[in-house]
Design a protein around this ligand. Structure first.
Ligand code: ATP
Ligand code: MG
Length: 199
């Protein structure tokens, strides 16, 4: 063996010991709270990727979209007929277009009721609360209500939360937090959002 091969082998042995150690330490089994936050692209995309993953094993999944896009979205088109998927969409458009606090609050309460139902149902293995961070930011929903529903959810249920500026109490209670960092976004160069890529 060359020097390089020997060094590689030693370093791989060390890495394996490290990984084995970590695997041995990860013994707990329960549903998780995941947060995809930050300014970079990918928060909702990653959440839908997890939805596809859970549906692929036949698990029950609930998706709650707190800000209804003006555009359709391809992932919803593709997956909405799955009998194991339950989707609830907030009844108003983007909040900066409706500019009506009272109507938005009411729409938010209605869709939150759907979220609460999913968060209480042990048959729902995964719940996605897409863009819920803005509801807390705008004061349409209060953090205590959301925390309580998350804390009391079924033991095996996982929740994915998406949106910028996640509330610090949510960050504190989450198991996995990913901050999507923007290096560059095509929109900044004047490129239009692309069908099948951005929505
Ligand atoms: P995506 O849905 O693509 O995963 P996201 O959930 O991370 O994006 P949102 O803030 O929810 O981000 O973005 C909604 C829309 O805005 C999407 O069409 C997305 O491609 C686009 N977008 C995401 N990040 C940026 C950004 N940094 N600048 C401009 N547009 C963005
Ligand atoms: Mg999003």
């Amino acid at each position: 063996m060359s020097d390089r091969d020997t060094r590689h082998k030693a370093s791989m042995e060390k890495l394996k010991a490290h990984v084995d150690d970590k695997v041995a330490n990860a013994t707990e089994q329960r549903g998780l709270i995941l947060i995809n936050t930050g300014n970079g692209k990918g928060k909702t995309t990653a959440a839908w990727g997890t939805v596809a993953r859970a549906l692929g094993y036949g698990y029950g999944v609930g998706v709650v979209q707190f800000i209804k896009g003006l555009w359709e979205c391809g992932e919803r088109n593709r997956l909405e007929d799955d009998p194991n998927l339950d989707i609830a969409i907030m009844a108003t458009g983007f909040t900066w277009e409706t500019q009506n606090r009272e109507a938005d609050t009411q729409a938010c309460r209605e869709v939150w009721a759907e979220a609460e139902r999913m968060l209480a149902d042990p048959e729902v293995y995964l719940v996605v609360l897409d863009e819920i961070t803005y509801m807390l930011k705008f004061g349409y929903l209060d953090i205590a209500t959301v925390k309580q529903a998350l804390e009391n959810r079924p033991h095996e249920q996982t929740v994915v939360i998406t949106g910028r500026n996640a509330h610090r109490d949510l960050i504190a209670m989450a198991d996995t937090v990913t901050d999507m960092q923007e290096v560059r976004h095509a929109f900044g160069s004047g490129l239009q959002a692309r069908r099948g890529i951005d929505f």
